[in-house]
Design a protein around this ligand. Structure first.
Ligand code: BTN
Ligand code: NA
Length: 591
């Protein structure tokens, strides 16, 4: 069992002390966190660089540090294609969600739901968000502690309590400013730790070229998989397209991220911070995937899992680090600091956003109180969420699917319906409050039906069978019982849907049901909708089309426009014809 030297504990302790120091600094400087505007929104003074690192760190927890390398080690680099969804996944928030939320001067993203619909919809959205983040925090704080304990004997509850306590304190004392700046510091530690392990790992694998040959011959470099089957776990479509909905639910409408956009000095800074998240996410994804490849280059197919040194593939990364860095005192401590940096930067953001929405969406609208009391109550809430989180860590028993899949499934099952609720409000003026509530409920039902159903149907209920012709009865084989032969194909297909489609499936369920119920109960009239709460899709599409096709000046009157568009259509058809003729010529020339 690999062990820690004293220097490793010192480095881990330094991380906690540094995070605490940043928290205390913001607790006793500036406005000393004496107003909710400062505690929740950093006095709307944040710049785009720290914000972009904090936006990235919020949803890069130990799950990504441990789960992504394990995924790449076991299944190859197909998961890397999730990087394709970051383009649309950040462009749509930057140009649709941020401008709208920023111009509405929201105090929480769920206030939008009251402006667009009614208070009941706002409360439903807030409660759904709280449920999502509390469960996600549980996975986030427990993952590193469990993996660390299993591999290094590092005291499990000592680690959970230490991180939970430090995180709660600097979040409750320092507010959003502390959370953002500790995120920046922790992101640097995260990247440094991963880079160090990758460099040492490549060296141990015999250098770059040897490592490359091993992973290539080991089949871990996956090409693009364009298989359209939605039940295949990772393909370009599930990751590149299904992932867009996942990104929108996180970077478009999740309070933790919207709070950062709203704490920007100007709308332009907020949009810039969203753009700058793109390179940060790509670097984080690259480091995690490279870690998985380096693990494969060192272990090949006979992983410590096969050799029974560890019991779950989520312990693989830590075993690898301890195995490789044993002779570099301090590096295991650096990686553990990296792991807990990932955890702390996510949990602190979760605490802060949970305290904010509880205060702003659930308490303030019903009780009037002085600014001082409101700020004090916000700090108490951050503290109580800290305690809930440690309790959640006790509840969360990592399902036998990977932690990465568990975290992404939570986002898909709960974040997806929330995304659908906002899209219903933003893109469909006719949607009304009853439709919104019914839609959200339908989305959550669909989410848990498919999510739980999918999880249960994956449980291999193995039965012990004795081989009929064997003499010694010692070796009995377990075969997974064919449990789903009886289930109708349709349902079986739904249960085996890739978890990467959950966000898309659930958000579209909310929109579909929401629209149907709205039309059944009297759709909202266009001018009844609060101004600034609906995105003018048609007007934007028309102006984009006009910019694209640059009509000649003559197209001023309608008949001119009709004639012009007729001409444009004819030109397209002619061009298409030419293209096909050329294709046929080439085809028979090459055949
Ligand atoms: O690391 C976690 O806590 C959860 C896994 C990553 C969450 C999603 S995946 C798409 C996007 N890219 C990231 O790096 N994080 C989010
Ligand atoms: Na994080």
């Amino acid at each position: 069992m690999p062990y820690f030297t004293i220097i490793d504990y010192v480095i881990f302790a330094l991380l906690l002390v540094a995070s605490m120091a940043i928290g205390l600094y913001y607790a006793f400087t500036g406005g000393r966190q004496s107003t909710t505007q400062e505690f929740m929104y950093a006095d709307r003074s944040m710049k785009c660089l720290p914000l972009s690192l904090s936006l990235m760190a919020t949803f890069q927890s130990a799950v990504a540090i441990i789960g992504t390398p394990a995924e790449v080690y076991a299944n190859g680099t197909q998961y890397w294609f999730i990087g394709c969804c970051y383009i649309l996944g950040l462009l749509i928030p930057a140009h649709i969600f941020i401008p709208m939320f920023y111009r509405l001067h929201l105090t929480s993203v769920y206030q939008y739901l009251e402006l667009r619909f009614c208070k009941a919809v706002r409360i439903c959205g807030t409660v759904t968000f709280i449920f999502q983040m509390v469960v996600y925090m549980g996975v986030g704080i427990y993952t590193p502690a469990l993996a660390l304990n299993a591999v290094t004997g590092f005291h499990l509850w000592g680690a959970v309590l230490a991180t939970g306590l430090v995180c709660t304190l600097y979040t409750a004392l320092g507010g959003l400013k502390a959370v953002v700046w500790t995120d920046v510091f922790q992101t640097v530690v995260m990247f440094t730790g991963q880079l160090a392990v990758i460099i040492v790992g490549v060296h141990q694998a015999g250098g770059l070229s040897d490592a490359w040959v091993k992973v290539r011959d080991g089949g871990r470099i996956s090409g693009i998989d364009l298989n359209p089957d939605p039940t295949v776990r990772h393909t370009f479509w599930t990751l590149g397209v299904g992932g867009v909905f996942l990104m929108l639910s996180l970077y478009g409408v999740n309070q933790a991220q919207v709070q950062r956009y709203l704490s920007s000095r100007t709308e332009k800074e907020a949009v810039m911070s969203c753009y700058m998240v793109f390179p940060c996410l790509q670097v984080a994804l690259m480091l995690s995937c490279l870690m998985g490849l380096v693990m494969f280059a060192c272990y090949g197919n006979n992983s410590p899992l096969e050799q029974q040194y560890i019991t779950s593939k989520d312990q693989m990364v830590l075993y690898f680090v301890m195995d490789m860095l044993q002779n570099f005192p301090g590096l295991p401590g650096l990686f553990v600091a990296c792991l807990f940096s990932a955890s702390l930067s996510t949990i602190s953001s979760a605490f802060n956003s949970l305290a904010t929405v509880t205060m702003v969406d659930l308490i303030k609208p019903h009780y009037s109180m002085t600014e001082a009391r409101a700020t004090l109550l916000s700090k108490m809430l951050a503290l109580s969420y800290g305690i809930i989180c440690v309790a959640m860590a006790y509840v969360v028993h990592l399902m036998n699917s990977s932690v990465l899949q568990a975290a992404l499934s939570i986002f898909g099952m709960v974040g997806g319906p929330l995304l659908g609720l906002f899209c219903l409000g933003i893109f469909f003026p006719c949607a009304n409050s009853i439709g919104a509530v019914a839609g959200l409920a339908a989305g959550l039902v669909m989410a848990f039906w498919v999510g739980i159903g999918g999880f249960l149907s994956r449980m291999p209920s193995s039965v012990q069978v004795l081989p009929f012709n064997s003499t010694n009865t010692s070796e009995n084989i377990t075969v997974p019982a064919v449990i789903d032969a009886a289930r109708p194909a349709g349902l079986n297909g739904l249960y085996s849907l890739s978890y990467m489609w959950y966000s898309a499936l659930n958000s579209s369920t909310v929109v579909l049901i929401g629209l149907i119920i709205s039309f059944m109960t009297g759709p909202t009239k266009g001018d009844d909708v609060a101004s600034g709460t609906v995105y003018p899709v048609m007007r934007t599409a028309q102006s984009l089309l006009h910019k694209l096709v640059k009509p000649s000046a003559c197209c001023t009157s309608p008949e001119h426009t009709v004639r012009w568009s007729y001409g444009f259509t004819v030109k397209c058809i002619v061009a298409l014809g030419h293209f096909n003729v050329v294709k046929l010529l080439l085809a028979d020339r090459w055949s």
